[in-house]
Design a protein around this ligand. Structure first.
Ligand code: FHN
Length: 432
């Protein structure tokens, strides 16, 4: 296994600030004592029982891929690291301060002219994910920089304007679907360089006109994605925290209705929208907005009760933070395969799906450390898949010996090194 690097102060502070900022993810849900009328609340039952959602519950292990123009710099530029100037590698467009290159944003916004990933092979990615044991994958169609990896009709800032030209989203959807891995599309509402985007609530008539144009553009792209890639199973929305989107709750409510009507069985997480009181993820009565809880990012619940019976996924980086490609991992504590297996078992023991993030480089190759971890995870999964796929929480006191999961009549106690099938008292296997 790799050497243990000490946590960098910045990473620890980043984690702490996220924890403090999102208090709702560090303990049981605090539900209001008095119920209030919510007109723009959830559009689906708390516990969907249709086949698509039952399959979501059974996944266990997924892969996240963050890929886009930010992969070209890889969190540095001309030998200067962006660590001190941008919150995360895929946020490098926001690089500021004394380390930021002169005219950086202009440089970044012209990177599309260089995007020609000569080693990109979606089939190789999909085979690696299959061997790792992933049952679904989430792929960034467009992150906060607004660059679309598909040939969208609604923006010129898209893959057809790069030297690569081809439809990357289609290549990924086809390759993973061919491997039997379900595809969910990550979509950032937030677009840093879109002239019609606003962070605050539109006030003037001109601002309202601009932002309404942006809302229509967003709807057009989402409908276009469903038309172009009907095989997908759901959306993983992001960048929905600005007041402009929060205040557009009637638009987002109706948009969710239209998306679901267009694609029966579509799965949408709790990050997409909020109710009329601005409550995101959960409405003002504490009821989940969407089909699964999408707040467990780079952290896990400590108690099953914190989940309040909702479906959920946990998305995890290997470094402390940074979803897009980072060339240099030195000086950071990067999770070992054992760390990740422990997180996987903790997640599935509480009815969640564990989604591990990969950030390919500007040529389409995974970070070498990611290749190692994918192989080690896959070796473990080949022996212990029954501990992960289709399992459910067991109502037994927690034990330091590992994690309980159950499937049908099989109850197991799984540690990343030893798994014991309690019902048959059979020592299943030792894995290393
Ligand atoms: O700002 C994004 C970030 O870049 C990354 O995409 C993560 C992935 O869950 N989501 C947002 C931060 O919460």
């Amino acid at each position: 296994m790799k050497k243990i690097f000490k946590y960098s102060v910045l990473s620890a502070l980043t984690v702490l600030s996220c924890q403090l900022a999102n208090a709702q993810w560090t303990g049981p849900k605090v539900k209001p004592t008095e119920k209030k009328e919510v007109k723009y609340g959830t559009l689906t039952p708390k516990h969907r029982t249709d086949p698509a959602m039952e399959k979501f519950r059974d996944y266990g292990l997924g892969q996240f891929i963050h890929w886009g123009l930010y992969a070209i710099p890889g969190n540095e530029w001309e030998g200067v690291s962006a660590r001190k100037g941008a919150a995360a590698s895929e946020w490098i467009r926001t690089w500021s301060g004394e380390t930021a290159p002169k005219g950086w944003k202009k440089t970044y916004d012209n990177l599309y002219k260089k995007f020609d990933p000569k080693d990109f092979d979606a089939n190789a990615w999909a085979k690696q994910a299959k061997d790792m044991g992933a049952k679904y994958m989430i792929f960034t169609t467009k992150q906060h920089d607004g660059f679309a990896l598909w040939p969208t009709k609604y923006s010129d800032y898209n893959i057809t304007k790069s030297p690569y030209k081809k439809d990357i989203v289609k290549e990924v959807v086809d390759a993973y679907t061919a491997q039997g891995i379900d595809v969910y599309l990550y979509f950032s509402v937030l677009e840093w360089n879109n002239p019609d985007y606003l962070t605050k609530e539109p006030q003037t008539e001109e601002e309202k006109k601009k932002y309404n144009k942006f809302l229509q553009y967003t709807k057009n792209q989402l409908m276009e994605l469903l038309d172009l890639y009907p095989e997908i199973k759901g959306f993983w929305f992001d960048g929905t925290w600005d007041q402009s989107w929060v205040k557009a709750y009637d638009f987002t409510y109706n948009l969710e209705k239209e998306l679901r009507a267009k694609h029966p069985g579509l799965i949408i997480g709790s990050r997409f929208r909020n109710d009329e009181f601005g409550k995101r993820h959960f409405d003002s009565n504490g009821e989940i907005l969407g089909d699964y809880e999408q707040g467990w990012e780079r952290k896990l619940p400590q108690e099953y009760e914190w989940l309040d019976g909702n479906d959920w996924d946990a998305v995890m980086t290997i470094p402390p933070n940074g979803w897009g490609y980072m060339k240099d991992w030195s000086g950071l504590y990067t999770k070992t395969t054992d760390d990740l297996l422990d997180m996987l078992m903790q997640t599935v023991s509480m009815n969640g799906n564990f989604v591990l993030n990969f950030g390919p480089d500007g040529n389409g190759l995974m970070h070498p450390e990611e290749d190692i971890i994918a192989k080690e995870l896959g070796d473990w999964m080949k022996v212990n898949a029954e501990a992960v796929y289709g399992v459910r929480h067991v109502d037994l006191p927690k034990t330091k010996l590992g994690y309980y999961t159950q499937k049908d009549k099989n109850l197991g106690l799984y540690h990343i090194y030893i798994s014991v099938n309690i019902r048959s008292n059979q020592f299943l296997r030792v894995c290393g």
